[in-house]
Write a protein of this length. Structure first.
Length: 231
């Protein structure tokens, strides 16, 4: 049996705000296979985003371990962790966080040249992935010249430009209208089938449930239920 690409063991996350402590994650253990689509769902405040941030190395757990491709993220120092994230993990958030002074093409290219020199191959892949999200005609436009749906598609392309093993999407349609939300969900699924990255989507909505291999329901910082779809 193939090794899971992501494995999280007994994760706890507690935030301290004197004189109180807030326990957000309470002993979560999960595994994710290469190429699968998983939805993590639950109402606001149950720890969905915190779990995604810990899984992606944006935040460290209070206790427990996160393994990605046999690498224990807890053992990486800040600079090595940043490089590992950049190479192996892509993030899409509710807000696109594009740099306003850069074009769509420059925003997408940026992660690929943060830790390594520019190359023609990187430029070509940035153009390719923008084409894949349907923005080949908007490369030189800055974010304020793009619609909300287009801005989020640029954010998806930016998350994929380094060909990561894992794509983490935190409420990626939360800032979009119904039409653009549906378009973005279909785009994420299409890219998952084509590029074979593991896709984990955090949401409070049931819209993506049918497309996922698994749906993980969180409640009070714990896994309340896991729904596995038949192949």
């Amino acid at each position: 049996m193939a090794q899971p690409i992501v494995k999280i063991n007994d994760i706890y996350k507690t935030y301290s705000s004197e004189p109180t402590q807030v326990e957000v994650l309470r002993g979560i253990s999960l595994e994710f296979e290469a190429g699968e689509v998983v939805v993590i769902r639950g109402p606001s405040g149950v720890g969905k985003s915190t779990l995604l941030h810990v899984m992606g190395g944006l935040d460290l757990p209070t206790s427990g371990e996160v393994w990605i491709k046999s690498q224990n993220l807890n053992q990486l120092k800040n600079d090595h962790l940043a490089r590992f994230r950049n190479r192996h993990i892509g993030f899409v958030f509710q807000f696109h966080h594009l740099l306003p002074e850069f074009t769509a093409f420059e925003n997408v290219l940026l992660p690929s040249v943060m830790h390594e020199p520019f190359s023609k191959q990187k430029e070509e892949y940035a153009r390719y992935i923008l084409n894949e999200v349907g923005l080949e005609h908007r490369l030189e436009h800055k974010p304020n010249e793009l619609s909300g749906g287009e801005q989020q598609r640029v954010a998806v392309a930016r998350a994929l430009v380094n060909q990561p093993d894992l794509l983490l999407a935190d409420e990626p349609t939360g800032n979009l209208d119904t039409k653009n939300s549906e378009m973005l969900y279909h785009l994420l699924l299409s890219l998952n089938r084509k590029l074979k990255q593991t896709l984990v989507i955090v949401t409070h909505s049931q819209d993506m449930d049918d497309a996922a291999k698994r749906v993980i329901l969180l409640e009070d910082g714990r896994v309340a239920r896991e729904i596995v779809k038949k192949a």
